[in-house]
Design a protein around this ligand. Sequence first.
Ligand SMILES: Cc1ncc(COP(=O)(O)O)c(C=O)c1O
Length: 392
Amino acid sequence: MNTQAAIVEGTGEYIIENYGRLPMAVTRGRGALIWDADGKEYIDLFPGFGAGGVCGHCHPKVVDAVKAQADTLLSHGNLFTNEPQVDLAKRITENAFGGKVFYCHSGAEANEAALKLVRLAAGPGRYKIISFNNCFHGRTMGGLSLTPEGFQKGFEPMLPGSVKVNMGDLDAVAGAIDDETAGVIIEPIQAEGGVNVPSVEFMQGLRKLCDDNDLLLVCDEVWTSPARTGKWFAYQYFGIEPDVMTLAKAVGGGLPVGVCVAGPKHADVLVPGTHGCTMGGNPLCAAAGAAAMKLIEDENLLDRAIHIGQRVADAIVQAGVDCVSEIRGKGALIGMQLEEPRQAKDVMLKCMENGLIICIAKNNVLRLAPALTTDNDVLDKGLDILIDVLKG
Ligand SMILES: Cc1ncc(COP(=O)(O)O)c(C=O)c1O
Protein backbone atom coordinates (compact mmCIF):
# COMPACT_ATOMS: atom_id res chain seq x y z
CA MET A 1 0.00 0.00 0.00
CA ASN A 2 1.17 3.52 -0.74
CA THR A 3 2.13 5.86 2.08
CA GLN A 4 -0.16 8.70 3.04
CA ALA A 5 2.24 11.20 1.48
CA ALA A 6 2.14 9.31 -1.84
CA ILE A 7 -1.68 9.14 -1.89
CA VAL A 8 -1.96 12.83 -1.04
CA GLU A 9 0.54 13.64 -3.80
CA GLY A 10 -1.46 11.51 -6.26
CA THR A 11 -4.61 13.35 -5.24
CA GLY A 12 -2.97 16.68 -6.04
CA GLU A 13 -1.81 15.37 -9.40
CA TYR A 14 -4.95 13.61 -10.65
CA ILE A 15 -8.00 14.90 -8.77
CA ILE A 16 -9.58 18.32 -9.18
CA GLU A 17 -9.06 20.36 -6.04
CA ASN A 18 -12.59 21.64 -5.48
CA TYR A 19 -12.78 20.75 -1.77
CA GLY A 20 -9.68 22.16 -0.11
CA ARG A 21 -8.86 18.67 1.12
CA LEU A 22 -6.69 18.11 4.18
CA PRO A 23 -3.54 16.01 3.67
CA MET A 24 -5.01 12.79 5.04
CA ALA A 25 -5.89 9.57 3.21
CA VAL A 26 -8.41 7.33 4.96
CA THR A 27 -7.94 3.60 4.63
CA ARG A 28 -10.21 1.95 7.18
CA GLY A 29 -13.19 2.69 9.39
CA ARG A 30 -15.08 0.81 12.08
CA GLY A 31 -17.87 2.32 14.16
CA ALA A 32 -16.65 5.68 15.43
CA LEU A 33 -13.01 5.08 14.52
CA ILE A 34 -11.06 5.67 11.32
CA TRP A 35 -7.44 5.09 10.38
CA ASP A 36 -5.25 7.01 7.98
CA ALA A 37 -2.80 5.50 5.52
CA ASP A 38 0.05 5.83 8.04
CA GLY A 39 -1.94 3.81 10.57
CA LYS A 40 -2.92 6.70 12.86
CA GLU A 41 -6.26 6.16 14.62
CA TYR A 42 -8.87 8.89 14.95
CA ILE A 43 -12.14 9.13 16.85
CA ASP A 44 -14.60 10.28 14.23
CA LEU A 45 -17.42 12.42 15.61
CA PHE A 46 -18.35 13.60 12.10
CA PRO A 47 -18.40 10.37 10.10
CA GLY A 48 -18.74 10.65 6.35
CA PHE A 49 -19.74 14.33 6.53
CA GLY A 50 -23.15 13.08 7.70
CA ALA A 51 -23.21 9.99 5.52
CA GLY A 52 -22.01 7.75 8.33
CA GLY A 53 -24.69 9.25 10.49
CA VAL A 54 -26.85 6.40 11.61
CA CYS A 55 -24.52 3.45 11.89
CA GLY A 56 -20.94 4.71 11.80
CA HIS A 57 -18.27 3.18 9.63
CA CYS A 58 -18.81 -0.33 8.24
CA HIS A 59 -21.56 -1.44 10.61
CA PRO A 60 -21.56 -5.26 10.36
CA LYS A 61 -25.28 -5.41 9.57
CA VAL A 62 -24.92 -2.92 6.73
CA VAL A 63 -21.78 -4.66 5.46
CA ASP A 64 -23.60 -8.02 5.52
CA ALA A 65 -26.51 -6.56 3.55
CA VAL A 66 -24.14 -5.03 1.00
CA LYS A 67 -22.12 -8.25 0.64
CA ALA A 68 -25.24 -10.35 0.15
CA GLN A 69 -26.56 -7.92 -2.45
CA ALA A 70 -23.18 -7.63 -4.19
CA ASP A 71 -23.20 -11.40 -4.68
CA THR A 72 -26.60 -11.19 -6.35
CA LEU A 73 -27.13 -8.03 -8.41
CA LEU A 74 -25.45 -4.62 -8.38
CA SER A 75 -27.71 -2.62 -10.67
CA HIS A 76 -30.32 -2.81 -13.38
CA GLY A 77 -32.14 -0.18 -15.35
CA ASN A 78 -35.21 1.58 -13.99
CA LEU A 79 -37.51 -0.15 -16.42
CA PHE A 80 -37.49 -2.79 -13.68
CA THR A 81 -37.75 -2.71 -9.93
CA ASN A 82 -36.10 -4.56 -7.03
CA GLU A 83 -36.94 -5.60 -3.49
CA PRO A 84 -34.38 -3.50 -1.51
CA GLN A 85 -35.71 -0.25 -3.00
CA VAL A 86 -39.26 -1.20 -2.01
CA ASP A 87 -38.05 -2.13 1.49
CA LEU A 88 -36.25 1.21 1.92
CA ALA A 89 -39.17 3.25 0.53
CA LYS A 90 -41.62 1.48 2.87
CA ARG A 91 -39.42 2.18 5.89
CA ILE A 92 -39.12 5.86 4.93
CA THR A 93 -42.74 6.58 4.05
CA GLU A 94 -44.25 4.60 6.92
CA ASN A 95 -42.17 6.54 9.42
CA ALA A 96 -42.89 9.85 7.67
CA PHE A 97 -46.11 11.02 6.02
CA GLY A 98 -46.95 8.23 3.59
CA GLY A 99 -46.68 8.92 -0.11
CA LYS A 100 -44.02 7.61 -2.49
CA VAL A 101 -40.33 8.14 -3.19
CA PHE A 102 -38.06 8.96 -6.12
CA TYR A 103 -34.47 7.68 -5.85
CA CYS A 104 -31.23 9.31 -6.91
CA HIS A 105 -27.73 9.47 -5.34
CA SER A 106 -27.23 12.79 -3.56
CA GLY A 107 -28.88 15.61 -1.68
CA ALA A 108 -28.53 18.04 -4.56
CA GLU A 109 -30.23 15.61 -6.94
CA ALA A 110 -33.00 14.96 -4.42
CA ASN A 111 -33.60 18.72 -4.27
CA GLU A 112 -33.60 18.95 -8.08
CA ALA A 113 -36.35 16.33 -8.12
CA ALA A 114 -38.25 18.29 -5.48
CA LEU A 115 -37.89 21.52 -7.48
CA LYS A 116 -39.26 19.90 -10.62
CA LEU A 117 -42.07 18.26 -8.68
CA VAL A 118 -43.03 21.58 -7.08
CA ARG A 119 -43.12 23.39 -10.43
CA LEU A 120 -45.15 20.65 -12.05
CA ALA A 121 -47.62 20.51 -9.15
CA ALA A 122 -48.02 24.29 -9.09
CA GLY A 123 -48.83 24.45 -12.80
CA PRO A 124 -47.92 26.83 -15.62
CA GLY A 125 -46.70 30.30 -14.68
CA ARG A 126 -45.94 29.41 -11.06
CA TYR A 127 -42.20 28.85 -10.76
CA LYS A 128 -40.88 30.90 -7.86
CA ILE A 129 -39.41 29.11 -4.86
CA ILE A 130 -38.75 30.79 -1.52
CA SER A 131 -35.74 29.65 0.52
CA PHE A 132 -33.91 31.06 3.54
CA ASN A 133 -30.71 32.98 4.17
CA ASN A 134 -27.99 30.72 5.65
CA CYS A 135 -29.53 27.65 4.03
CA PHE A 136 -27.68 25.09 1.92
CA HIS A 137 -29.45 23.00 -0.69
CA GLY A 138 -26.61 21.67 -2.85
CA ARG A 139 -24.27 22.56 -5.71
CA THR A 140 -26.29 21.81 -8.83
CA MET A 141 -27.65 24.88 -10.62
CA GLY A 142 -31.06 24.34 -9.01
CA GLY A 143 -29.69 23.74 -5.52
CA LEU A 144 -27.30 26.65 -5.94
CA SER A 145 -30.16 28.96 -6.94
CA LEU A 146 -31.89 28.17 -3.66
CA THR A 147 -28.68 28.65 -1.65
CA PRO A 148 -27.32 32.08 -0.60
CA GLU A 149 -25.26 34.26 -2.86
CA GLY A 150 -21.78 33.43 -1.56
CA PHE A 151 -21.99 29.99 -3.15
CA GLN A 152 -23.32 31.37 -6.45
CA LYS A 153 -20.40 33.64 -7.31
CA GLY A 154 -19.21 33.08 -10.86
CA PHE A 155 -22.07 30.76 -11.77
CA GLU A 156 -24.76 33.35 -12.42
CA PRO A 157 -27.39 33.64 -13.74
CA MET A 158 -29.33 31.49 -11.31
CA LEU A 159 -32.77 29.97 -11.88
CA PRO A 160 -35.32 32.77 -12.16
CA GLY A 161 -37.69 33.13 -9.25
CA SER A 162 -35.32 32.05 -6.47
CA VAL A 163 -36.28 34.30 -3.56
CA LYS A 164 -34.51 34.38 -0.19
CA VAL A 165 -35.77 35.69 3.15
CA ASN A 166 -34.66 35.35 6.78
CA MET A 167 -35.63 32.21 8.62
CA GLY A 168 -37.96 33.17 11.47
CA ASP A 169 -39.50 36.14 9.63
CA LEU A 170 -43.03 35.11 8.65
CA ASP A 171 -43.86 38.63 7.45
CA ALA A 172 -40.96 38.45 5.01
CA VAL A 173 -42.19 35.08 3.73
CA ALA A 174 -45.72 36.47 3.31
CA GLY A 175 -44.31 39.53 1.52
CA ALA A 176 -42.34 37.35 -0.89
CA ILE A 177 -45.36 35.33 -2.04
CA ASP A 178 -47.06 36.36 -5.27
CA ASP A 179 -49.14 34.74 -8.02
CA GLU A 180 -46.01 33.15 -9.48
CA THR A 181 -44.86 31.45 -6.28
CA ALA A 182 -44.91 27.65 -6.35
CA GLY A 183 -43.34 26.58 -3.07
CA VAL A 184 -41.05 27.06 -0.10
CA ILE A 185 -38.00 24.97 0.81
CA ILE A 186 -36.52 24.87 4.30
CA GLU A 187 -34.07 22.80 6.32
CA PRO A 188 -35.87 21.99 9.58
CA ILE A 189 -32.47 22.70 11.15
CA GLN A 190 -29.96 24.65 9.07
CA ALA A 191 -26.79 22.54 9.23
CA GLU A 192 -24.11 24.16 7.05
CA GLY A 193 -25.51 27.58 7.99
CA GLY A 194 -24.46 27.20 11.64
CA VAL A 195 -26.87 24.64 13.19
CA ASN A 196 -29.81 27.04 13.45
CA VAL A 197 -33.10 25.70 14.81
CA PRO A 198 -36.28 27.56 13.79
CA SER A 199 -39.09 28.04 16.32
CA VAL A 200 -42.18 25.84 16.39
CA GLU A 201 -44.30 28.98 15.82
CA PHE A 202 -42.32 29.85 12.71
CA MET A 203 -42.58 26.38 11.21
CA GLN A 204 -46.30 26.20 11.94
CA GLY A 205 -46.79 29.70 10.52
CA LEU A 206 -44.89 28.66 7.41
CA ARG A 207 -47.11 25.60 6.97
CA LYS A 208 -50.18 27.85 7.29
CA LEU A 209 -48.83 30.36 4.76
CA CYS A 210 -48.24 27.50 2.32
CA ASP A 211 -51.76 26.14 2.89
CA ASP A 212 -53.38 29.57 2.56
CA ASN A 213 -51.54 30.29 -0.70
CA ASP A 214 -51.65 26.80 -2.21
CA LEU A 215 -47.84 26.41 -2.07
CA LEU A 216 -45.91 23.21 -1.58
CA LEU A 217 -43.72 23.05 1.50
CA VAL A 218 -40.47 21.12 1.00
CA CYS A 219 -38.34 20.05 3.97
CA ASP A 220 -34.72 19.45 3.02
CA GLU A 221 -33.77 16.77 5.55
CA VAL A 222 -30.51 15.82 3.86
CA TRP A 223 -28.58 16.59 7.04
CA THR A 224 -31.21 16.11 9.69
CA SER A 225 -32.54 12.65 8.90
CA PRO A 226 -33.10 9.82 9.38
CA ALA A 227 -32.90 9.72 13.19
CA ARG A 228 -30.02 12.17 13.57
CA THR A 229 -32.02 14.64 15.67
CA GLY A 230 -33.84 12.06 17.82
CA LYS A 231 -36.93 11.89 15.61
CA TRP A 232 -37.17 9.82 12.44
CA PHE A 233 -37.40 13.14 10.57
CA ALA A 234 -36.71 16.56 12.07
CA TYR A 235 -39.96 18.15 10.81
CA GLN A 236 -41.64 15.95 13.45
CA TYR A 237 -40.39 18.36 16.13
CA PHE A 238 -42.64 21.09 14.80
CA GLY A 239 -46.12 19.53 14.67
CA ILE A 240 -46.30 19.94 10.89
CA GLU A 241 -45.94 17.77 7.81
CA PRO A 242 -44.26 18.95 4.62
CA ASP A 243 -45.65 18.09 1.19
CA VAL A 244 -42.24 16.94 0.02
CA MET A 245 -39.10 15.87 1.87
CA THR A 246 -35.58 15.27 0.58
CA LEU A 247 -33.03 12.89 2.09
CA ALA A 248 -29.45 11.82 1.35
CA LYS A 249 -26.27 11.36 3.44
CA ALA A 250 -27.20 8.94 6.29
CA VAL A 251 -30.20 7.39 4.54
CA GLY A 252 -27.78 5.28 2.47
CA GLY A 253 -26.00 3.75 5.47
CA GLY A 254 -22.70 4.92 3.95
CA LEU A 255 -23.51 4.37 0.27
CA PRO A 256 -24.88 7.08 -2.05
CA VAL A 257 -28.65 7.32 -1.82
CA GLY A 258 -30.75 10.43 -2.46
CA VAL A 259 -34.50 10.39 -1.94
CA CYS A 260 -37.29 12.77 -2.79
CA VAL A 261 -40.42 11.82 -0.84
CA ALA A 262 -43.75 13.15 -2.11
CA GLY A 263 -46.73 13.00 0.26
CA PRO A 264 -49.95 11.23 -0.81
CA LYS A 265 -51.40 14.35 -2.47
CA HIS A 266 -48.36 14.78 -4.72
CA ALA A 267 -47.15 11.19 -5.07
CA ASP A 268 -48.27 10.96 -8.70
CA VAL A 269 -47.12 14.36 -9.96
CA LEU A 270 -43.95 12.98 -11.55
CA VAL A 271 -45.21 10.68 -14.30
CA PRO A 272 -43.19 8.70 -16.88
CA GLY A 273 -40.95 11.00 -18.88
CA THR A 274 -40.85 13.87 -16.37
CA HIS A 275 -37.76 12.84 -14.40
CA GLY A 276 -35.24 10.07 -14.00
CA CYS A 277 -31.88 8.80 -12.74
CA THR A 278 -30.24 5.77 -14.38
CA MET A 279 -28.77 4.23 -11.22
CA GLY A 280 -31.32 5.67 -8.76
CA GLY A 281 -32.65 2.96 -6.44
CA ASN A 282 -29.97 0.46 -7.48
CA PRO A 283 -30.24 -2.64 -5.30
CA LEU A 284 -26.77 -2.34 -3.76
CA CYS A 285 -27.28 1.15 -2.33
CA ALA A 286 -30.92 0.49 -1.46
CA ALA A 287 -29.93 -2.63 0.49
CA ALA A 288 -27.44 -0.58 2.52
CA GLY A 289 -30.10 2.07 3.17
CA ALA A 290 -32.72 -0.46 4.20
CA ALA A 291 -30.23 -2.09 6.60
CA ALA A 292 -29.45 1.30 8.15
CA MET A 293 -33.16 2.12 8.57
CA LYS A 294 -33.73 -1.28 10.20
CA LEU A 295 -30.86 -0.60 12.57
CA ILE A 296 -32.60 2.55 13.80
CA GLU A 297 -35.53 0.44 14.95
CA ASP A 298 -33.57 -2.58 16.19
CA GLU A 299 -31.11 -0.54 18.25
CA ASN A 300 -33.48 2.23 19.33
CA LEU A 301 -31.25 4.87 17.82
CA LEU A 302 -33.78 7.69 18.18
CA ASP A 303 -33.25 7.59 21.96
CA ARG A 304 -29.54 7.19 21.42
CA ALA A 305 -29.46 10.43 19.38
CA ILE A 306 -31.04 12.32 22.27
CA HIS A 307 -28.61 10.76 24.75
CA ILE A 308 -25.59 11.67 22.63
CA GLY A 309 -26.72 15.29 22.25
CA GLN A 310 -27.29 15.63 25.98
CA ARG A 311 -24.01 13.92 26.88
CA VAL A 312 -22.03 16.26 24.63
CA ALA A 313 -23.75 19.37 25.98
CA ASP A 314 -23.31 18.24 29.61
CA ALA A 315 -19.60 17.53 29.08
CA ILE A 316 -18.95 20.96 27.58
CA VAL A 317 -20.97 22.79 30.22
CA GLN A 318 -19.39 20.84 33.10
CA ALA A 319 -15.91 21.49 31.74
CA GLY A 320 -16.63 25.23 31.88
CA VAL A 321 -15.30 25.98 28.41
CA ASP A 322 -15.46 29.79 28.17
CA CYS A 323 -15.03 30.12 24.42
CA VAL A 324 -18.27 28.19 23.72
CA SER A 325 -21.11 30.68 24.15
CA GLU A 326 -23.99 28.51 22.97
CA ILE A 327 -24.72 24.88 22.12
CA ARG A 328 -27.43 24.47 19.48
CA GLY A 329 -29.16 21.68 17.60
CA LYS A 330 -31.31 18.67 18.36
CA GLY A 331 -30.20 15.18 19.31
CA ALA A 332 -26.89 14.28 17.71
CA LEU A 333 -26.75 17.28 15.35
CA ILE A 334 -24.73 19.61 17.52
CA GLY A 335 -23.39 23.11 16.89
CA MET A 336 -21.12 24.98 19.30
CA GLN A 337 -20.91 28.73 18.85
CA LEU A 338 -17.30 29.78 19.38
CA GLU A 339 -16.37 33.26 20.51
CA GLU A 340 -13.61 35.27 18.84
CA PRO A 341 -10.66 35.18 18.91
CA ARG A 342 -11.02 31.39 18.95
CA GLN A 343 -11.48 30.21 15.39
CA ALA A 344 -13.52 27.07 14.71
CA LYS A 345 -11.19 26.00 11.90
CA ASP A 346 -8.10 26.16 14.16
CA VAL A 347 -9.91 24.08 16.79
CA MET A 348 -10.91 21.53 14.16
CA LEU A 349 -7.32 21.21 12.88
CA LYS A 350 -5.84 20.93 16.38
CA CYS A 351 -8.39 18.22 17.24
CA MET A 352 -7.37 16.35 14.13
CA GLU A 353 -3.70 16.55 15.16
CA ASN A 354 -4.76 15.04 18.49
CA GLY A 355 -6.75 12.20 16.90
CA LEU A 356 -10.30 13.59 16.75
CA ILE A 357 -12.38 14.38 13.67
CA ILE A 358 -15.03 17.11 14.00
CA CYS A 359 -16.18 19.77 11.55
CA ILE A 360 -17.15 23.41 11.34
CA ALA A 361 -20.13 25.36 10.02
CA LYS A 362 -20.74 28.96 9.01
CA ASN A 363 -20.25 31.82 11.50
CA ASN A 364 -17.54 30.28 13.70
CA VAL A 365 -19.48 27.20 14.72
CA LEU A 366 -18.00 23.81 15.60
CA ARG A 367 -20.09 20.93 14.38
CA LEU A 368 -20.38 17.41 15.77
CA ALA A 369 -22.60 14.73 14.28
CA PRO A 370 -21.50 11.46 15.89
CA ALA A 371 -22.77 8.18 14.52
CA LEU A 372 -25.77 7.10 16.59
CA THR A 373 -24.01 3.83 17.37
CA THR A 374 -21.05 5.62 19.03
CA ASP A 375 -20.65 4.16 22.50
CA ASN A 376 -20.18 6.33 25.56
CA ASP A 377 -16.52 5.41 26.13
CA VAL A 378 -15.43 6.49 22.68
CA LEU A 379 -17.64 9.57 22.77
CA ASP A 380 -16.18 10.62 26.13
CA LYS A 381 -12.61 10.10 24.89
CA GLY A 382 -13.39 12.29 21.88
CA LEU A 383 -14.94 14.93 24.10
CA ASP A 384 -11.85 14.91 26.36
CA ILE A 385 -9.71 15.72 23.32
CA LEU A 386 -12.09 18.48 22.24
CA ILE A 387 -12.28 20.01 25.70
CA ASP A 388 -8.46 20.01 26.03
CA VAL A 389 -8.18 21.81 22.70
CA LEU A 390 -10.92 24.30 23.59
CA LYS A 391 -9.24 25.09 26.91
CA GLY A 392 -5.74 25.17 25.43
C1 LIG B 1 -29.32 20.48 3.74
C2 LIG B 1 -28.53 20.00 2.57
N1 LIG B 1 -29.16 19.81 1.41
C3 LIG B 1 -28.50 19.35 0.32
C4 LIG B 1 -27.16 19.09 0.38
C5 LIG B 1 -26.44 18.57 -0.83
O1 LIG B 1 -26.16 17.23 -0.65
P1 LIG B 1 -25.10 16.46 -1.59
O2 LIG B 1 -23.76 16.96 -1.21
O3 LIG B 1 -25.32 15.03 -1.27
O4 LIG B 1 -25.49 16.80 -2.99
C6 LIG B 1 -26.46 19.29 1.57
C7 LIG B 1 -25.02 19.01 1.64
O5 LIG B 1 -24.35 19.19 2.62
C8 LIG B 1 -27.16 19.76 2.70
O6 LIG B 1 -26.53 20.00 3.86
